[in-house]
Design a protein around this ligand. Structure first.
Ligand SMILES: [Fe+2]
Ligand SMILES: [Fe+2]
Length: 299
């Protein structure tokens, strides 16, 4: 094995497996808990460089499938917005370790955007002109919107990505090239849900209430946004602004029932979270909603 391959495999293992140095139980909301989830994000950072990614050459049919996927504009723009939102929130945080972890999170979002731009460039996908990414006015709101969006979208992306891998929709090399980005989103949502739990417990009682109300408002906004996206999709007859998660399996040309897709998302969610310290909280809301919806679907 060459040194480079070994180094890549080592980084890959590091980004998926992490246990804190502390032993014994850790109380959620405690300073140890904060140290733990911030350190998890920092220690599992994979230092790959998008500029040196060797994009696999695709056969004409695979190339056509990749370039015709109507997700690239929205994907690039989502990463651009996520980066500035997380960065703005990071700047508002005083606790040094938490701030450092948030800055890393924002940098990884910026790197996702570069990865996507490189992919688009490598395969000759035409992108719509990009909008500006202004800094949000309300840092906490923007952070919560990004965090909970990622909780929803990553959950479905896990299942769709696995579907695309199994079906051969994307060639294996492309799946492998893209895999770290998906695992990074798993780390982000793991970090995010632990931050939410830590934050809730460290607020005075009356502010806990306003925090809860803000979270509910964020969820209402995200549901509204996704219904709007789904409607826009019908009218326009295309997916240009759609959430890939909502329409994904048909877009990747796989005949998967909604129940099967949910089962795959749940299994992949568990698999991607399995390597991290068991004392950290796992994202539970989206999987619970998916499990609930699953009950009404035919197997
Ligand atoms: Fe991202
Ligand atoms: Fe992310």
């Amino acid at each position: 094995m060459t040194g480079t391959v070994a180094a890549i495999e080592a980084s890959d293992f590091v980004m998926r497996n992490w246990t804190a140095g502390e032993t014994g139980p850790v109380r959620i909301g405690s300073p140890e808990h904060l140290r733990m989830f911030a350190q998890m994000l920092l220690d599992t950072h994979n230092p790959y460089k998008p500029a040196v990614i060797d994009w696999p050459k695709l056969e004409p049919d695979a190339l056509a499938r990749v370039t015709s996927l109507p997700i690239w504009d929205i994907a690039v723009q989502t990463e651009g917005r996520a980066s500035i939102r997380v960065k703005t929130f990071a700047a508002s945080v005083e606790e040094p370790l938490l701030r450092q972890a948030l800055e890393l999170d924002a940098d990884e979002e910026a790197r996702h955007k570069v990865v996507l731009s490189k992919l688009v460039e490598a395969y000759g996908v035409k992108l719509a002109p990009e909008p500006d990414y202004p800094a949000p006015k309300h840092a906490v709101w923007a952070w919560l919107v990004t965090g909970y969006s990622e909780c929803i979208d990553s959950f479905f992306a896990f299942g769709l990505f696995e579907t695309a891998r199994r079906s051969g929709f994307f060639p294996e090399e492309l799946i492998e090239t893209f895999e770290p980005v998906i695992q990074e989103e798993a780390r982000h949502i793991l970090f995010f849900v632990n931050w939410v739990a830590w934050r809730r417990r460290n607020l005075p009682v009356w502010r806990r209430l306003t925090f809860r109300l803000t979270e509910i408002a964020v969820w209402a906004f995200l549901i509204y946004e996704r219904i709007g996206i789904a409607r826009g999709l019908d009218e326009a007859g295309e997916m240009q602004d759609a959430n890939f998660a909502m329409q994904g399996s048909s877009a990747i040309g796989v005949d998967l029932s909604p129940a099967e897709l949910i089962d795959l998302c749940l299994a992949e969610n568990d698999r991607r979270m399995a390597g991290y310290d068991k004392r950290l909280l796992r994202p539970t809301l989206t999987p619970a909603l998916a499990r609930f919806a699953r009950r009404f679907l035919k197997p």
